[in-house]
Design a protein around this ligand. Structure first.
Ligand code: URA
Length: 207
């Protein structure tokens, strides 16, 4: 398994805007869309291709097309925020959904909804969630997808905590993780420090 932190000036700039507590819901989403596009571009760089016969206005030649169906799986609700940006870059991706909420007492994730397109077993599955905190939600999502036959799974998050990354690396060594930033630690309330606060609340304007 690999953990990759994307080193990109635009991502650093935009993520800093998102971290700022005074950034509006509108600008938060705007920057999340833009980062999601940049991350989608990065993680798809080496996706397998197959050859395809095409005809240009000049002659016949051989081009490429993606060899695998992509299934994007946002973890509800904050994961929804990454979908638009990914779909700009991967418009043919199908979308699965996993609904999780965090029990405020135990901080443990609870699954309340799951629905997937057909073909998990032969697709490239990208689970998206802005925050990788304890790793509990991502673990539950990965377990669920594996149980349904998914094999080729990657996880893409905006901000990760070392605790969550370590947990997932040990539990799912076959799942690659990509982050825009690896932060310092989790605090006693399960928030990433410095983080950006509650991603779902900031995205949807709730509190
Ligand atoms: N979920 C969030 O939205 N923010 C955190 O800091 C941790 C988990």
């Amino acid at each position: 398994m690999s953990v990759k932190i994307i080193d990109h000036a635009l991502i650093k700039h935009k993520l800093s805007i998102m971290r700022d507590k005074d950034t509006s819901t509108y600008l938060f989403k705007q920057n999340l869309d833009e980062i999601a596009m940049l991350m989608a571009y990065e993680v798809s760089k080496d996706f397998p291709l197959k050859l395809k016969d095409i005809e240009t206005p000049i002659c016949k030649t051989t081009g490429f097309e993606l060899a695998e169906q992509i299934i994007l799986v946002p973890i509800l609700r904050a994961g929804i925020g990454l979908v638009d940006g990914f779909r700009m870059i991967m418009p043919n991706a199908k979308i699965g959904h996993i609904g999780m909420y965090r029990d405020e007492e135990t901080l443990e994730p609870q699954e309340y909804y799951a629905r997937f397109p057909k073909g998990l077993e032969s697709s490239k599955i990208i689970i998206v969630d802005p925050m990788l905190a304890t790793g509990g939600s991502a673990d539950m999502a990965i377990e669920d997808i594996k149980k349904r036959g998914g094999k080729d799974i990657m996880l893409v998050c905006l901000v990760g905590a070392p605790e969550g990354v370590k947990f997932l690396q040990e539990k799912h060594p076959d799942v690659d993780i990509t982050l825009a930033a690896l932060d310092d630690h989790l605090n006693e309330n399960g928030y990433i420090v410095p983080g950006l606060g509650d991603a779902g609340d900031r995205l949807f304007g709730t509190d």
